[in-house]
Design a protein around this ligand. Structure first.
Ligand SMILES: CSC[C@@H](O)[C@@H](O)C(=O)COP(=O)(O)O
Ligand SMILES: [Zn+2]
Length: 214
């Protein structure tokens, strides 16, 4: 522990490296257009490492990762944390086993959010890949991905998200016209969930294209 900073600086550097490597891969897939998207990892019980607001997520460097407390306030940095920090810290605060939160704006996520906003969810059913979600051990499961109305007011959005948690286990949600939030115990699990959502949403969109007019 550093004398002046209330968190482990070495752990922060380690996590920053992990975030940078993973986010470069996501950016290369085209899932973080035009400085969109944000990413975080729990640092300790009271802090999270998160991307600085407005940075090109495909070109992140160590200085683009900063620390916030669980109320979303910057700690030991003059930078502005992600505009959506509250959507990350609410997960860390409520669920001790959430260690990593990933938010992306891929085409499939954005289009699906528009298409299914009226229904309020996207039903993913019958896919072998549903087993990628923690706790699912069969394709015979159905996962409803909630679609929330977008808002620039983070407390409003966070309250909508909070209401979802009473319904049962959840690994992610869509925001209408915006993108996807996915999370997991650590980076590997959050990536697996994010990748599974992307693949399955893309399948649903393609199925609709192929069956349109039939
Ligand atoms: C560039 S528009 C996207 C932003 O409004 C927001 O949704 C986003 O994902 C990135 O915000 P940021 O403040 O950089 O974390
Ligand atoms: Zn966003």
């Amino acid at each position: 522990m550093n004398e002046t900073l209330p968190y482990d600086v070495h752990r922060l550097r380690e996590l920053a490296g992990e975030i940078i490597i993973n986010v470069r891969e996501l950016a290369a897939l085209g899932w973080t257009p035009a400085t969109s998207s944000n990413f975080s990892h729990r640092l300790d019980d009271a802090h999270a490492a998160i991307t600085v607001s407005g940075r090109d997520k495909g070109k992140l460097r160590e200085g683009d990762i900063m620390v916030v407390d669980m109320a979303g306030r910057a700690v030991g940095s003059d930078h502005r944390p992600s505009a959506e920090t509250l959507l990350h810290t609410q997960l860390y605060s409520r669920f001790p086993d959430v260690g990593c939160v990933l938010h992306t704006h891929s085409r499939a996520q954005t289009i699906a959010s528009r298409l299914f906003a009226g229904a309020g969810h996207v039903r993913l059913e019958g896919y072998e890949l549903l087993k990628a979600f923690r706790g699912n051990d069969t394709h015979e499961a159905a996962v409803d991905v909630p679609v929330l109305p977008n808002s620039q007011d983070m407390p409003t959005l966070a309250a909508q998200v909070d209401a979802l948690f009473d319904r049962g286990p959840l690994w992610g949600y869509l925001i209408d016209g915006h993108g996807l939030y996915a999370w997991g115990r650590d980076m590997a699990e959050a990536r697996r969930h994010l990748d599974a959502f992307e693949f399955l949403l893309d399948c649903e969109l393609e199925l609709r294209r192929l069956t349109a007019g039939h």
